[in-house]
Design a binder for this molecule. Sequence first.
Ligand SMILES: Nc1ncnc2c1ncn2[C@@H]1O[C@H](COP(=O)(O)OP(=O)(O)OP(=O)(O)O)[C@@H](O)[C@H]1O
Length: 711
Amino acid sequence: MPNTTNIHTYPNSTAHTVQQGPADTELKQLLITLFQQLGLFAQATNLQTDTNTGDIDTCELAGLLSKHHIGFSVVKFHKQVISQSIHPFIVVPEDAAAFLVRRRNEALETFDKASEQWRAIKLEAIPSSSHLFVIESLPTSKQNIRGFSAHLAKRTKWYRPVFWLSLLSSVTGLAVPLFTMAVYDKVIGGQAPNVLPSIALGAALALAILIASRLTRANVLASTSNRFARDLSNLTFRRLLSMPLMVLSRVGLSNHIARMRNAEKVRTLVSGPGGAGLVDLPFTLIAFITIALLSGWLVIVPIVMLMLFYLVMKAVNKFAQSASPTISTDYQNSINELAKNLLQLKTSGETDGWNTKFARQCKENCRQNFLYAKRNGLNAAIAHAMSLLTALVTVFTGIFLVLNQSISPGALIACVMLIWRITGPAQLAFSSTQKITMMKSAVQQFDRFMQASTENNELRLDTPDTFNAPAINFQHVTLRYSADTEPALSGVSATIEPGENVAIIGPNACGKTSLLLAAMGVVEAQAGYVTVNNKNLKQYDPHAFRQWAAFCPAEPDLFPGSLAENLRIAKPDASDEDLIQALHSAGGASLFSALNNDLNIDLFNRGHTLLSAVEGSYISLARALLKQSSLVILDEPIANRNPAAKAALLNTFETLKGKATVLFTSHDQDLIQQADKVIILDKGAVVYAGPIPDQSQSTASIDSEENTPHG
Ligand SMILES: Nc1ncnc2c1ncn2[C@@H]1O[C@H](COP(=O)(O)OP(=O)(O)OP(=O)(O)O)[C@@H](O)[C@H]1O
């Protein structure tokens, strides 16, 4: 039974639910053919030679298209979609193998695998229950600078029902005014009470339709805005993950969270009363036409009043917006700091400063919010007053027409009631101007963000040889985290042979971690380069490279979830035995027994990890070792270990000798001594690279590390 999986497509593509069929080799071959047909020969060869990508299913197909920066949509079979397709597309039937189709003017062709030729196919041969992977843009296509609107355009299929439902509710909304007019003019004025039941029945029917159409429209709007917001969040999240680490850390986490929230703000605009008001605004034309039909030139009064309404509200909105709260980012940062530095705060005993700072921000936050709410209240009051004024002016003008017998009293009453159908949406729409302004800036931010460079590009497609231990070469690597700081690495050159075990040592802040990060390709050198197996690191597909290389950071990084889930991040298909073995290899045997030998134990309670930093580091290291990679990069793997754990780790290092290229930083003499080679750094430069000189020299370097102040 195939399971149903949500595919979130990227870039510039819609999310759709598609049956996730079993993985198959044919789908991979189909994708290779598609790449060839699209002229993406490098991508096709890359996929063909990529031994990491075996059989793929439809979800992985979507992932691979995204990875290669191919814009696409997954849609249900639709004749119009097929007739408009520019590029070949993949058809995924519910219960048959997928196939490739292309359009040649009015005719369709499918790619025959046996003859490797295109042959004609009828539209009817494509099962109507199929899903289509429609290619929308190629990686070399000009970057879309209006990503937001392009994405919104994909939701057009929802506009039609919203239009018809709004039209229906606007037309049926005329029922009550017209009913009142009929009662006045026909029943009271015409002395014909017998028509009352049929008028009432008609009005009741119209009201029922009005309510049903409004409810349905609210659901459609809420669902569309939710889907749209979800797509934008997914796009933002993927984009964030594909951005270079240095850009990410420079911008700061709270900014990224704000960005994600921003992208989701679209939901608030479309759904809710403000959104409904905006949608209803064009349909007020129906009310205007009805007023014109009932009362002739009286319609000019609401038109003029509405223009006045607009001008007044514009001025009032400007006044209200000038009080928009701005402190919230600082306030949010304070809360983040509280979460991050809780222990420091508790133990310092000096909480007064923090209390004062937080109280000040809180007060300022409240003041700004009060001012904002006050001005918003003024905004609402004036909008209400303008609505009343419009109705009053219409009544007074209409009275003259009634006295002149130009219109009936019933018609005047109906016109006044219709005025509310105009001023209501206008009031809602005007009060949404703040949201519209907020949205405008969210759209601009989103578009700018989607243009920011990522680590992926069509030149980074090579996959590493994962079976053999690699050679690594640092060529004059210079790395600066920001323009106004000293370089963390300056002109570092070093060669590491395949299978070598290399210790990187030196005083604090001399650049050891930076060198490891450069070898992982997560920080990019401003000058010089790193090669792995004589190939520039920048040529490798970053995702494939990091999937292969095993990295363990100095600070443990645990994620909410069980022990097994934390370990399987590195290798999702690892068996329980593999996990236990990795824990033992990392020296975490005693930790595992302290956790009742239970892989499913939850490491977090109410959002806080239950483990100490050292315990966490066993798990981090086990995660890296679980990969059984031929490239192992470890940042201080042995810090603060107990003797048994240290012995286990030393043993693991011994077993890796020759099988994997190992790069590690350490302060531990025993670990350094077992290395084949050391690289000694000082102030970001290599002072020695070669076999371990002698005991006294390496001890001296570690001593100097202890004596050097950090930073
Ligand atoms: N993300 C960053 N942003 C800015 N500067 C950084 C960043 N990471 C490191 N640095 C700076 O780069 C220099 C080298 O740091 P690095 O962490 O590579 O040294 P290290 O030898 O590993 O230090 P330690 O032994 O303390 O772990 C330091 O001056 C440090 O302050």
